[in-house]
Design a binder for this molecule. Sequence first.
Ligand code: KG4
Ligand code: ZN
Length: 334
Amino acid sequence: MKKEFLLSIESSCDDSSIAITRISDYKLLFHKKISQEKQHAAYGGVVPELASRLHAVALPKILEETKEFFPFLKAVAVTNEPGLSVTLMEGVMMAKALSLSLGLPLIGVNHLKGHIYSLFIEKEAELPKTVLLVSGGHTMVIDVQSYDLIRVLATTMDDSFGESFDKVAKMMGLGYPGGPVIEELARRGDENRFAFPVPLKNSPKIAFSYSGLKNAVRRTIEEIGRLTDKDKADIAASFQKAAIEHLLHKTKKVLDIFPASSFAIVGGASANLKVREIFEKECEKRGIDISFAELKYCSDNAAMIGRCAIEAYKRKDFSDPLSLKVKPKSSFFN
Ligand code: KG4
Ligand code: ZN
């Protein structure tokens, strides 16, 4: 097997991660991630400047462990869009320095595209696919025909799916990130105790919206006042039920218009087992196959960035290390 490797860096939010992937067969030779969840938990969300400072310490520490691969590197890849500008900058600065000092081509990777390629870590891509991306920053149904042809079919009008879990957790003082805590609490709760409104239930709009649901939860919490453990579990379960019902309702509408033969769910919130179970049932009903990224590759990581970058490498789709920009707000639209 050829010793031709690609180094990838991810720092778009609160995970510092670096991977080394073998170009010929996508084998992951090194992958490490340092998460900052504990440091942000006290604030109930990611504090960008704190995240950026933590990346500045963590990334060089991880990079140190990859030195043995340096003689065999063929390219350096980095997430440069979308994400928090100050944290993206940390990874991009490191990638530019490596590219210039080692004389390697630089590849800027779209983080959302990276999540799509989390489905294909250590394997060939199987496309076309309709992909539901549920993360802290995005809620999207995406038509992925190929690496070069990607179309967003539906997106959120306000908060994202994962973000709504984070905000509800914050309201109940449960720390950050909210997704895993709410999912865990919901297991013990009564999902029928609170009839939270399913967003856009009677609207023909094919889009997602989570701010109304979040505010309904906030009002309930304020009405109750002091929450018991049972109240918290029931709120978590009732909220999760409405949040997933909305996700399913609008995704079904997309699938009715754009029938898919293959469906997948990616992104940090795709680790939610209830989401997996409900969409598995729906896909079975429709007779279409469904796949997920492995649990360890659902949340942000450099392995997915590296896997995606190999596609760019094959196309010689390189960026100039002197001019690659950080694009905090980009999506697939531009
Ligand atoms: O993909 P990701 O790691 O970062 C972004 O690109 O945003 O996703 C993180 C998001 C957070 O909002 C987190 O609360 C949510 O994914 N999440 C979950 C679960 N695990 C993580 N949301 C719902 N249920 C979960 N089990
Ligand atoms: Zn992400």
